[in-house]
Ligand binder design. Structure first.
Ligand SMILES: [Zn+2]
Length: 218
């Protein structure tokens, strides 16, 4: 049994009820993002795959926080990592409009940084592995804002919410004596918002229908 979280005090499928149930946030995010695609606000290649990955993240993480085994941990980690790589690739290609080679180099660089970060599994309560992601997201969010893309603030907002969620993830063990449920569930709840904002930024960035959709409030 893997016991990395404050809420878990023993074995059992429901030993982390909040950490398990808060994964509904990803399923809701996937549903709302899917509706966005259905409304025709974009839909370039790969967007549906990203939405599918959001749902998979929710299911994988849900399994990890119930079964708490090594195989379930992989089901938790792999979709998250795939989402990061896919999003970076699509953003470089579709929004920044880099060549395929430059996009591949950016993804390879990110992959290397993530592998380096994985060498510090105990740092920051296990959150060190997300330092490349938060750094890249802040960069892309700034780019999105400064180049005045459609949905100008969405990516920067996503980056800021991710800062908050990463903080909740990091302090989970530290606050455990004061707050027995821990704070890991907030990481899930806020990340549903983050992933939706990321997909939204990508989808509307190139959408010529953006002005119409703004009137519809999306
Ligand atoms: Zn989790």
């Amino acid at each position: 049994m893997i016991d990395n979280y404050c809420e878990r005090i023993g074995p059992g499928l429901w030993a982390e009820p909040l950490n398990a149930l808060s994964n509904l946030s990803f399923l809701i995010a996937a549903f709302v993002a899917w509706r966005l695609l259905q409304r025709g606000a974009g839909g370039e290649g790969g967007h549906k795959f990203l939405v599918l990955l959001i749902a998979t993240i929710g299911i994988g993480s849900g399994l990890f926080h119930t079964y708490a085994t090594v195989w379930a941990k992989w089901l938790d980690v792999i979709p998250i990592f795939l989402f990061q790589l896919t999003f970076l690739c699509l953003y470089c290609r579709q929004v920044i409009r880099w060549s395929a080679l430059n996009c591949a180099m950016a993804v390879a660089l990110f992959l290397m940084a993530s592998i380096v970060a994985l060498q510090f599994p105990l740092s920051l309560n296990g959150s060190a592995m997300y330092l490349p992601a938060i750094s890249v997201l802040l960069l892309l969010g700034s780019f999105h804002y400064l180049t005045n893309q459609n949905g100008r603030l969405s990516l920067l907002l996503g980056a800021l919410v991710f800062c908050a969620s990463l903080a909740f993830r990091t302090v989970d063990a530290a606050v455990c004596e004061l707050l027995t449920i821990g704070t890991h569930f907030m990481w899930h709840l806020l990340n549903g918002v983050v992933l939706y904002l990321l997909v939204r930024a990508l989808v509307v960035a190139r959408s010529e229908l953006w002005v119409d959709h703004r009137r519809q409030g999306i």
